[in-house]
Design a protein around this ligand. Structure first.
Ligand SMILES: C=C1C[C@]23C[C@@]1(O)CC[C@H]2[C@@]12CC[C@H](O)[C@@](C)(C(=O)O1)[C@H]2[C@@H]3C(=O)O
Ligand SMILES: O=C(O)CCC(=O)C(=O)O
Ligand SMILES: [Fe+2]
Length: 349
């Protein structure tokens, strides 16, 4: 059984617990819990994750130091097109957010080049990022192997192999959300624990509603609230922050690989009235030219493929041509394709 964290009551009065999964538990129970959480929420918290605290704090400190710089300095790492420093505008299609961020590719060669515009100590910065990337990648692979086992996929590495390749297209992002209220500006301690202040949010959007396009996202944040996830019935659940642990989100590509058995989680970040929130995301993705299609195990005569095959590059291109909150998976649904074909036939001269 998935162990829920203490109940929290949302504004729409539904009490919901965020699934919390202890990675040190016995494996057969563990894989069942992982599959159940991915099916029910597309989201869970992991404890006993094995990532050394020192690896998290080194990259966290780099983030704090970068965002404390004057704007003119930070802009040297921008604009984010899509990589680099971005402020308020998210992506190229008019989406705005109340945040600033650094978006990086996880390729070590890219990082060593790019970090020269980010810091005066590029070696220290790139070591901190690379160590964190390695740890996050291991965690993703461990979770994907549990998923494959839990779904009884014959090769337990068929999902994690998508991430392990050195040509992988995984990304790393640090988001920095200033507090919104005037009085809060006096107290900008980013390590202050306000996990019990979920209701004090002004509901100002920091990062708008969306799902992540990739396979899986590993999210860390300081102890400042803001993240919310949407349940299947459309309610928003605030996620109590926990800087000792990680949160895991199912992305669009994992929804496709499981033929819709898992659903990518819609989520957003609202700004906090009192404190600065900082979050770090590892978005796990395959190489650009790799094909994505439902795993054969997930397709049967009763449960035919919902999605047509596509490369990760094709999906990414679609994502970047749309707005943040758009449902890009609809474009790749088999029914959608058939519908379009018949529509075109109907209208062809
Ligand atoms: C508006 C956009 C920003 C985004 C690319 C997109 O066109 C739609 C998806 C967005 C998203 C959400 C999750 C990640 O933060 C991100 C890096 C990603 O892969 O997809 C962002 C993109 C971005 O900010 O560049
Ligand atoms: O900052 C957060 O807590 C969430 C950010 C997010 O969802 C993203 O960057 O894709
Ligand atoms: Fe996201």
């Amino acid at each position: 059984m998935v162990v829920p964290s203490p109940m929290i009551r949302t504004k729409k009065t539904k009490a919901v617990g965020i699934p919390t999964i202890d990675l040190s538990m016995e494996r057969s129970e563990l894989r069942e819990q992982v599959v159940k959480a991915c099916e029910e929420y597309g989201f869970f918290k992991v404890v006993n994750h094995g990532v050394p605290r020192e690896v998290i704090s080194r990259i966290g400190e780099e983030g704090v130091q970068f965002f404390a710089k004057p704007t003119s300095e930070k802009c040297k790492a921008g604009p984010a097109t899509p990589f680099g420093y971005g402020c308020r505008n998210i992506g190229p299609n008019g989406d705005m957010g109340n945040l600033e961020y650094l978006l990086l590719h996880t390729n070590p060669v890219f990082i060593s080049e790019r970090c020269k515009t980010i810091t005066n100590d590029p070696t220290k910065f790139s070591c901190a990022v690379n160590d964190y990337m390695e740890a996050a990648k291991e965690l993703v692979c461990e979770i994907l192997e549990l998923v494959a086992e839990g779904l009884w996929v014959p090769n337990k590495f068929s999902l994690s192999n998508l991430i392990r390749d050195t040509q992988g297209d995984s990304l790393f992002r640090i988001n920095h959300y200033p507090p919104v209220s005037q009085k809060g500006n006096k107290n900008r301690n980013i390590f202050k624990d306000d996990s019990k202040e979920c209701d004090n949010n002004s509901n100002k959007i920091g990062f708008g509603e969306h799902s992540d396009p990739q396979i899986l996202t590993i999210l860390w944040s300081n102890n400042v609230s803001g993240l919310q996830i949407s349940t299947h019935d459309g309610l928003w659940i605030p996620v109590p922050p926990d800087s000792n642990e990680f949160f895991v989100m199912v992305g669009d590509v994992l929804e496709v690989l499981t033929n819709g058995r898992f659903r990518s989680v819609r989520h957003r970040a609202v700004t906090n009235t009192m404190n600065t929130r900082m979050s770090m995301m590892y978005f796990a993705a395959p190489p650009l030219n790799w094909w994505i299609a439902p795993l054969p195990k997930m397709v049967t005569a009763q449960n035919p493929s919902v999605y047509k095959p596509f490369t990760w590059a094709q999906y990414k291109q679609a994502a970047y041509s749309l707005r943040l909150g758009d449902s890009r998976l609809d474009l790749f649904k088999v029914q959608h394709q058939q519908h379009q074909d018949s529509h075109q036939e109907h209208h062809s001269p």
